[in-house]
Design a binder for this molecule. Structure first.
Ligand SMILES: Nc1nc2c(ncn2[C@@H]2O[C@H](COP(=O)(O)OP(=O)(O)OP(=O)(O)O)[C@@H](O)[C@H]2O)c(=O)[nH]1
Length: 197
């Protein structure tokens, strides 16, 4: 039994890079090779070994021609990280279409998190942070800007989702509900991965 997390979003927004940064703590510049279908081989070189043994993470292909493959995975997903690229207006505009697709194919209680990636490229920014925040509020999903290059908020994105899933799985009725939005606000810009667990 795994808790499955899937990364989705347009081709080139940085899904593979985000996962590599989380898994290995590094960024391989200019290594754009479009993901074919679906896949991810964790190396677990960081503290992600524990994480990955519990949470299976799938990296999906953003390209249209692989969509039918991706759809099949939505149904079993416990969480979806939905990415756009802050330097690409089209990737942001497509978020609504991604959300429509998610609502069509995924379970109704799936945890969704919106991520504005490539936050390090501020000089090429096309989407303001508050535009991302507004869209996330509209769909009642948590939001943060990340950078697979500098690593900012990368661990937080994965661990916030992991915590939410964990609390749902082992929730005692007497315990206060885990508040993912508040957790993220409290942890934003902090670094360190293992400290979240
Ligand atoms: N500066 C910067 N570049 C990034 C960042 N994330 C990804 N990139 C670059 O953007 C390009 C695309 O990244 P990928 O991780 O391959 O994108 P993807 O979403 O997995 O693409 P598909 O597999 O086609 O769906 C690569 O050249 C990366 O090096 C980031 O946070 N900052």
């Amino acid at each position: 039994f795994f808790l499955q997390t899937i990364l989705v979003g347009d081709s080139g927004v940085g899904k593979t890079s985000l996962l590599v940064q989380f898994d290995q703590g590094k960024f391989i510049p200019g290594s754009f090779s479009a993901t074919v279908g679906i896949g991810f081989t964790p190396t677990g070189t960081r503290c992600t070994a524990v994480f990955i043994s519990l949470f299976q993470i799938w990296d999906t292909a953003g390209q249209e021609r692989f969509r039918s493959v991706t759809h099949a995975y939505y149904r079993d997903a416990h969480a979806l990280l939905l990415l756009y690229d802050i330097t690409s207006k089209s990737s942001f505009d497509n978020i609504r279409a991604w959300l429509t697709e998610i609502h069509e194919y995924a379970q109704s209680d799936v945890v969704i998190m919106l991520l504005g990636n490539k936050a390090d490229m501020s000089s090429d920014r096309a989407i303001r942070r508050d535009e991302g925040e507004r869209l996330a509020r509209e769909y009642s999903v948590p939001f943060m800007e990340t950078s697979a290059k500098t690593g900012v908020n990368v661990d937080l994105a994965f661990t916030a989702v992991a915590k939410e899933l964990k609390h749902r799985a082992v929730q005692h009725p007497s315990e206060p509900k885990f508040q993912i939005h508040e957790y993220i606000e409290a942890q934003k810009e902090k670094s360190g991965c293992c400290s979240y667990f």
